[in-house]
Design a protein around this ligand. Structure first.
Ligand code: CA
Length: 268
C-alpha cells in the first residue's frame, strides 16, 4: 500500500510543472475588484492540467474516509456529505479524461493535500496561467480562438456539461508555462478567501485575506463569456458550492525531488 501511494504520488508529480518564480503584474484595471499590482512569487510546482475524473475517483475510493488531509471544517462537511456528490454526478456523463466537476472547495483542498500539495493561491494561479501579466488570456489578447468557453452567440445554449479532456489543447493556447485550460473548461478553486479589496498593494507570495465567506474561483468555464475567463478576473463562491462548472488543479512546494520539468520563463 505504501509503495502504491508513493508511486501514485510520483506519477502525479510528473504531471506538474516547476515555475521559476519572479515578479509579475497581478490584476488588471478592467477588473473593479482586481487592481493591477506587482507581486513576487517564489518557485513552486503546479499541475499542468485540471484534475481529471479518473485521478479524482482513484483518490475518492478511500479519500473520504481518511481524516488526515482534511481541514477541521472540511472533515465536518465530509461527515455530513459522505462521498460528496458521488462519482456519477462528478462524471456527469463524460469520459474519465475530462475534468472532475461538482467538487466543493473542501474536497479540492483535501485531494491536493493528500498529494503532498495544496490548492494554488490566487497569485500562484494567475502567474501560472498568464506569466508576467502582460496578456489578458494565457495566449494573448484575442477572443477569436477555439477555447472551452461560451461562444454560441446570442441564442445559443450549452449542451450539458460541455468540457474538453484535460490533456487536449492546442499548444498555442496553453499558458506561457505550458499549462492547459487555465482559461475556460472548468472554473478552478484557489486557496484564497475572496474579498473585493483582497488584492490591493504590492506583495510577496500573497495568500489573501485571513478569513471570509467566499473562496476565489479563477479562469471561467465552458458556460462563461470570454471576459470571465480573463486571467485577472476573480469570482467569489461559497466553499460548499457544488457546480457542474467547477473543478480545480493542485500546487506543490518546490522541494519535491522527482519529475523535474522547468516551465518556460514568462515572455518579456
Ligand atoms: Ca480551467
Amino acid at each position: 500500500m505504501g509503495c502504491f501511494v508513493m508511486l501514485w504520488s510520483i506519477l502525479l508529480t510528473l504531471g506538474s510543472v516547476r515555475l521559476p518564480g519572479g515578479g509579475f503584474r497581478q490584476g488588471n484595471a478592467r477588473e473593479p475588484d482586481a487592481p493591477a499590482r506587482q507581486v513576487q512569487i517564489r518557485p513552486f510546482r503546479i499541475d499542468r492540467t485540471e484534475v481529471s475524473i479518473s485521478t479524482f475517483e482513484a483518490w475518492a475510493e478511500l479519500g473520504y474516509q481518511v481524516r488526515d488531509p482534511w481541514s477541521a471544517e472540511g472533515w465536518a462537511w465530509a461527515q455530513e456529505h459522505p462521498g460528496g456528490a458521488g462519482p456519477e454526478l462528478r462524471a456527469a456523463g463524460r469520459e474519465p479524461t475530462h475534468p472532475v466537476v461538482a467538487v466543493t472547495w473542501y474536497e479540492a483542498e483535501a485531494y491536493c493535500r493528500a498529494q503532498g500539495g495544496g490548492l494554488p493561491t490566487e497569485a500562484q494561479w494567475e502567474y501560472a496561467a498568464c506569466g508576467d501579466g502582460s496578456r489578458r488570456y494565457p495566449w494573448g489578447d484575442s477572443e477569436d480562438v477555439d477555447v472551452a468557453w461560451y461562444s454560441y452567440g446570442k441564442h445559443g445554449q450549452v449542451p450539458g456539461v460541455d468540457t474538453w479532456p484535460v490533456d487536449q489543447q492546442r499548444p498555442e493556447l496553453r499558458s506561457p508555462h505550458g499549462l492547459l485550460h487555465t482559461a475556460g473548461n472548468v472554473w478552478e478553486w484557489t486557496a484564497d478567501w475572496y474579498h473585493r479589496d483582497g488584492t490591493q498593494g504590492d506583495a510577496v507570495d500573497p495568500t489573501g485575506p485571513s478569513e471570509g465567506t467566499w473562496r476565489v474561483l479563477k479562469g471561467g468555464s465552458y458556460t462563461s463569456l470570454p471576459s470571465y475567463c480573463a486571467c485577472a478576473h476573480r469570482e467569489p463562491a461559497e466553499p460548499d458550492r457544488v457546480a457542474f462548472t467547477t473543478g480545480f488543479r493542485c500546487a506543490y512546494p518546490d522541494d519535491q525531488p522527482t519529475g523535474e520539468q522547468v516551465g518556460e520563463e514568462p515572455s518579456p
